[in-house]
Design a protein. Structure first.
Lengths: 417, 417
């Protein structure tokens, strides 16, 4: 990535940049004066929607990383190579599972810029779920997405050298890995300036998190996996804000955190985001049936994920980890079964970390942080911390998804508000 | 690594190459016609000793990788970039623990060549141990070497970005990782053309290894750690043939397999090589005291290693894994203690794999394979396989080195020959 060709795009320079790319010009049509809307609500990047004003169906999304934290400004430098990793992950996902990621029209590592399909009738899953909307396909899509991407980039699927070459393309996504290491696996469990604050929640955390030695050591065991276990290319930030959905389709976005990490990280984050939403609905709605829908989705996600993962695995023959003739059919089945139990436990552990950091750390979820009544918000926050502690403490006694769902149902029988 | 500058060195071209390097010319002195002896008994590389004939104390070792398997010839291509990783590892070890690796006079990634100090009064540890020689310092040196190199390149010691940058320098050591994956973690446990054969041993393996499902699944769990766990920069081939020793000094050599792998791999290989030698001494000597010396060395290696590793850790403050203020002193001590128990178990598991592969796989150890009487050899081989099975099956019940030493002593009370 050289700096020579890089320049920050803006409204003035965008049209010329885009029209010079044949694939993009074809989508936008010949209208010389496109409508440009800055739509990025993210903290890191510039995101524009560029539309042909004569035909609003002709539109693209342009995402560019700048060498600083966009929400703060140039005084907070942040390497723009995060876009390099987003590009590489999105390209790979487009090969592995094209139905669940936006079509790429142009990817430019030098310019840290991605031009993608505009998803015109999709909404961020988190916002829909806060509003209590049911998306009948999203759980299945999430399960399939994770199965294909995690299995497909694992040592159970790839040959040894090809896997190391792919891993090499993500090893240096160091700045974003460091963000996760600190903001998910360190600061939320201690007194730290960056943490969120809500007095009653703070007090509960001091008494029940900061001083819970077993919980913190378990959390560090999860961090060790995040830092050192290279099971597969993980999305790295797969929460309900990284999904654009409607009743039929689901698209995974924002994969700048992608790197080779542990199998359970994406799965755990997904589970935790359904749980965070579920707890928040004790406030958002009177209707218990939406909470029940959310819990059911966790079950569907896991069942779809584990079934497809196992199918792909059972079909695989030679790979880094598999040698034809080493295992009998029964041995191979036992291996897959045990790995999946372990993956469930690991996912519960990462879900626990995610629930704590979304509650105590700098980056909350709108599901909870947008609740204006601080007492109500704190009751929900403390419930999420209690759930985090249960998931962490009981994860190694889980054997099937039924065990996890039973734990969740049991948890929500206690009063939240 | 470009191919343009690379050429295979030989007796004719070596002097000019060496005298053009000031550091090497200084060591060799001005004698224009050095004595060149090819001393490589390895399979992969050319190794020369170059000496000033007027002063034999002025000598260097030149090691060059060629783009094929040296022992077979050009028809068996093998990337010479293995030397790149050996150079990088040796340079790093020279920074971390210079007393235990040869001094580098010149390292040339382009030429895949390393010029190092000649160790004139040292012997390969394996050969000395076969002869029953006691080296009073080697166990302590091995323990220190592993503690400094494994801790010093771990996420407990290094910052996140520096660690990823170092890891990036080894990720693509793919060909040699693949060799280990296949020859340590796959072929020895099944019928495979590459395996060694000794009829009675083969028969025992078919009945007791190939069909032992739990053992094979455990072995694959160790393989999974080797393939996916990036705890630290490991030597990757730390056996008693990779050590040059005398009564006072120990030098670790041959680090071309270096990459980021699990903590327990080097430790386990070292342990297994002392055990392989110990079993072989039921044939090599009548004197039980040398076997006892070997067992004691395992204890000293572990105690030195774990004490020094813990010291370095206790002194560390901020790193990828450590955040000042997160853990209390007691919590930190508990964390270190549990990690060390886990590392002992992992080491026992890798020792189990190493013992099996050295017995059944293509690469045996001279301690055993040089025993001419096939029945005696087979008895020793079967004992090593039994030890492998015990280590694997009982590893997770080990808590201290005393447990491991008790297992070993108990094992050797059963008749071997």
């Amino acid at each position: 990535m050289s700096d020579e060709q890089y320049r920050v795009l803006n409204r003035e320079s965008l049209p010329a940049y885009l029209y010079a790319i044949p694939e993009v010009a074809e989508v936008l049509g010949t209208e010389p004066d496109p409508e440009i809307l800055e739509i990025g609500d993210g903290n890191l990047n510039f995101v524009y929607r560029v539309t042909n004003p004569a035909d609003s169906s002709r539109a693209v999304i342009v995402k560019q990383a700048v060498p600083y934290l966009r929400m703060v400004g140039e005084e907070w430098p942040l390497g723009r190579d995060r876009m390099t990793y987003e590009i590489r992950a999105l390209q790979l996902y487009n090969e592995l599972i094209p139905d669940f990621v936006p079509t790429i029209y142009h990817a430019d590592e030098e310019m840290s810029t991605l031009v993608m399909a505009y998803l015109d009738d999709h909404i961020i899953l988190r916002l829909g779920m806060i509003d209590g909307v049911r998306y009948p396909k999203v759980a299945e899509h999430l399960g399939l997405f994770m199965a294909e991407t995690l299995f497909g980039t694992s040592a159970w699927s790839m040959g040894s050298e090809a896997r190391r070459q792919l891993m090499d393309r993500f090893t240096l996504n160091a700045e974003l890995c460091k963000l996760t290491e600190e903001f998910i696996f360190a600061f939320p469990y201690m007194v730290h300036d960056s943490n969120y604050s809500n007095p009653a929640t703070d007090q509960w955390a001091i008494e029940n998190i900061h001083t819970d030695s077993e919980y913190k050591l378990d959390m560090l065991a999860m961090k060790d996996l995040f830092v050192t276990k290279t099971d597969a290319l993980i999305h790295g930030d797969l929460h309900s804000g990284s999904l654009m959905v409607n009743q039929d389709e689901s698209f995974v976005i924002d994969m700048e955190f992608a790197f080779f990490g542990p199998f359970g990280f994406d799965v755990g984050k997904v589970i935790s985001n359904f749980l965070l939403c579920c707890t928040s609905h004790f406030h958002h709605s009177d209707d218990a049936s939406y909470r029940e829908w959310l819990i059911e989705q966790i079950e569907v996600i896991w069942n779809t994920f584990s079934t497809r993962f196992d199918e792909l695995w059972a079909e695989a023959s030679e790979s880094t980890m598999l040698t034809e003739g080493l295992l009998s059919t029964d041995e191979f089945a036992t291996l897959r079964e045990r790995t999946m139990v372990n993956l469930l436990r690991e996912s519960a552990g990462f879900a626990a970390c995610s629930m704590a950091r979304r509650t105590l750390g700098i980056a909350g979820v709108a599901d909870v942080r947008d609740i204006e009544d601080l007492d109500v918000r704190s009751a929900i926050e403390i419930a999420n911390l209690k759930m985090s502690k249960r998931l962490m403490a009981e994860r190694n006694s889980l054997t099937t998804i039924d065990d996890l769902i039973a734990l969740i149902r049991d948890f929500y029988t206690s009063p939240i508000l």
